[in-house]
Design a protein around this ligand. Sequence first.
Ligand code: C2E
Ligand code: CA
Ligand code: CA
Ligand code: CA
Length: 282
Amino acid sequence: RNSGGSGHSHFVRAMSDDVQTRVSMLHGLRAAIDFKRGLSLVYQPQINARDGELVGVEALLRWRNDAARLVPPNEFIPLAERTGLINELGLWVLDAALARLARWQAQGLALSMSVNVSSVQFRNEDFARRVLRLIEHHAVAPSAVVLEITESIALEDHAQVMGQIEELRRAGVHFAIDDFGTGFSSLSQIARLPADQLKIDRSFVEKLGVESDSSRADHAMAATVVMLAAARSMSLMAEGVETVEQRDALIAMGCEKMQGYFFGHPMPAEQFEAWLATRLQG
Ligand code: C2E
Ligand code: CA
Ligand code: CA
Ligand code: CA
């Protein structure tokens, strides 16, 4: 582009639009938390693909803003993290997910509840205690609760993070490492994180069952995750499974637990219950 002047003003205008969008998104999110409106959870089934049994669900946050637009979490979670809103938002998610788990347990459903937790939430030194208080309040089994953390946790204060993870694990809460291998932290840092489960990221699952040069690196990555899990006695969960080929490739690699559109989309609680009912009949 050669018209430097007008190009520059376009840039400034575009930038201020972006700032405006973020400020209004922030206001909307703040109001959603304060007035408990527009926030909800959807639940994606986690299946043992060997026998088809339901083993758990992952709770995923949904936000419908005042303009009735469903804002994707990938847009508002990073903003909530930068502004600290994630602390309150994360506690809302935990409270809602544990309330749901308590109801399902009361109905006799044996399943675990995986909840995504941002690394930022561990900066609050009260975080572990608050989680334990919520577990107690809803009277759910701590061992049915899986907190999904990401490798970005390695960038946080080590002692503070480890102290809180250990406190929660002593109480029986489980941890999963999400999006493994997609971040920038060193393998040795991640390999040392105390966790019970490794999640094979969708980006590696995508190429399974496909023969190509570029898929070979993804196969290798998935295989590495499988080996690491075995070496550390951690369980495995694959995500983003969309095809029967991916399912079979994962089973052949030794990964039996998985989630993805092949088995079920994330669903509101009532829809999940209906989905479960038709499965039990079928
Ligand atoms: P994630 O934890 O890796 O969640 C998996 C994402 O993949 C979800 O997107 C899910 O809807 C989608 N997905 C599941 N199965 C398939 C599949 O077979 N194919 C494809 N293409 N996608 C699939 P979603 O719900 O939009 O969430 C995006 C991310 O936002 C999550 O990634 C997580 O990092 C974050 N997130 C969602 N809810 C929460 C929350 O309550 N707290 C925090 N801190 N982060 C959350
Ligand atoms: Ca997750
Ligand atoms: Ca993931
Ligand atoms: Ca992700």
